[in-house]
Design a protein around this ligand. Structure first.
Ligand code: DP6
Length: 332
């Protein structure tokens, strides 16, 4: 399915791009600079292939204001963040923009929809504005809108490092180098009650575990990076689960606490534990939402999916391999 091709009667200031969400194995949780949206520590993720967001951007002086349509419905709520991101791509004096977005998975439910949305947006907008930018500058612009979005500009295994004033992001191993499978157990389709931005700021301001969380990030990152480069599944599993549970401990220790899990999330964790006890190569991670993501070797995917489908409270499961970074769709 593709967005209607609006190009023929328009000037050249139109482009469409696609990006996939990414799942962090070493999490971004906390900001060094809220204004710049600079993360407090590095992170490491895998970019998916079968979940996607497509974004088209058309700049036009004929528009009275920016307009956003998400999955065929006008959306005012996300518009300010989108408009601010377009200002960074094309300059605050840019023409007004009409943006259309379409995706094949739930929005704002802890499935990294903002990551794929902003990654696709910067690629489409930069092209529509006639600016040819490399991937890293685009990733920085996307990251200023949503920290995790910077990683969706790149495919495969992606590491984000934080410098004094900016981020560095790059693929450390291609999707094809180590083709893992991600099985997502959706336990609730609705939007999350607390945004990740707000929850992060609450964690930084009030969680007694926040500073140790940040102190340990470099060691966790190194362990995960080494595991990816050596394709050591059990090392990656151990550090990723540890990192995920620490992030949620930081949230649980915040005031007021932030608890994204529901009972089905825990049921899914137990199911993964049982598979591990039986010797299967699988581990879990959970983001700012109640969905559980199980990462496994491809030949374990069928078994992992059946085990998660059988968990009480699982609404549905989705399966994805690892995929490419954000890219322009050449359908002008
Ligand atoms: C738990 O990238 O959504 O998914 O920069 O405030 O938009 P903002 O946060 P966002 O946070 C992602 C949090 C996470 C962990 C991760 O993806 O690394």
């Amino acid at each position: 399915m593709s967005l209607p091709n609006k190009a023929p009667d328009k000037n050249n200031m139109w482009a469409e791009a696609q990006a996939q969400p990414n799942i962090a194995l070493i999490k971004y949780w906390g900001k060094r600079d809220v204004e710049q949206n600079l993360p407090a520590a590095g992170s490491l993720s895998v970019t998916l292939d079968s979940l996607w967001t497509k974004m088209s951007v058309e700049f036009s002086d004929a528009l009275r204001g920016d307009e956003l349509v998400v999955n065929a419905a006008s959306n005012e709520k996300m518009l300010p963040r989108i408009s601010a991101c377009l200002d960074r791509v094309a300059g605050a004096d840019r023409p007004r923009a009409s943006i259309e977005s379409e995706g094949n998975f739930p929005i704002a439910a802890g499935l990294a929809s903002s990551a794929s949305a902003f990654a696709a947006l910067v690629v489409a907008a930069s092209n529509a504005a006639g600016k040819n930018r490399d991937t890293l500058p685009l990733a920085r612009i996307a990251g200023a809108a949503s920290g995790s979005a910077a990683r969706s500009l790149f495919g495969g295994f992606v590491e984000l490092q934080v410098g004094d004033t900016n981020i560095e992001v790059a693929t450390i191993a291609e999707a094809g180098d180590w083709p893992l499978t991600v099985v997502i157990a959706v336990t609730e389709e609705g939007a999350k009650p607390v945004s990740s931005s707000e929850a992060m700021n609450r964690s930084a301001a009030s969680s007694p575990f926040y500073s140790s969380w940040l102190e340990q990030q470099p060691a966790d990152l190194k362990s995960a990076r080494d595991a990816v480069l050596r394709k050591d599944f059990s090392q990656l599993a151990a550090v990723a689960e540890h990192n995920c549970l620490k992030m949620h401990s930081v949230m649980w220790g915040s005031r007021p606490p932030v608890v994204y899990w529901n009972s089905a999330t825990l049921t899914c964790m137990e199911a993964v534990r049982r598979l591990q006890d039986d010797g299967h190569a699988v581990f879990f991670t959970i983001d700012a939402g109640p969905q559980l993501k199980a990462i496994c070797l491809p030949d374990e995917a069928g078994l992992v999916r059946s085990a998660l489908d059988a968990c009480t409270g699982v609404v549905r499961t989705m399966v994805s391999g690892l995929g490419a970074g954000a890219r322009l769709l050449d359908n002008k």
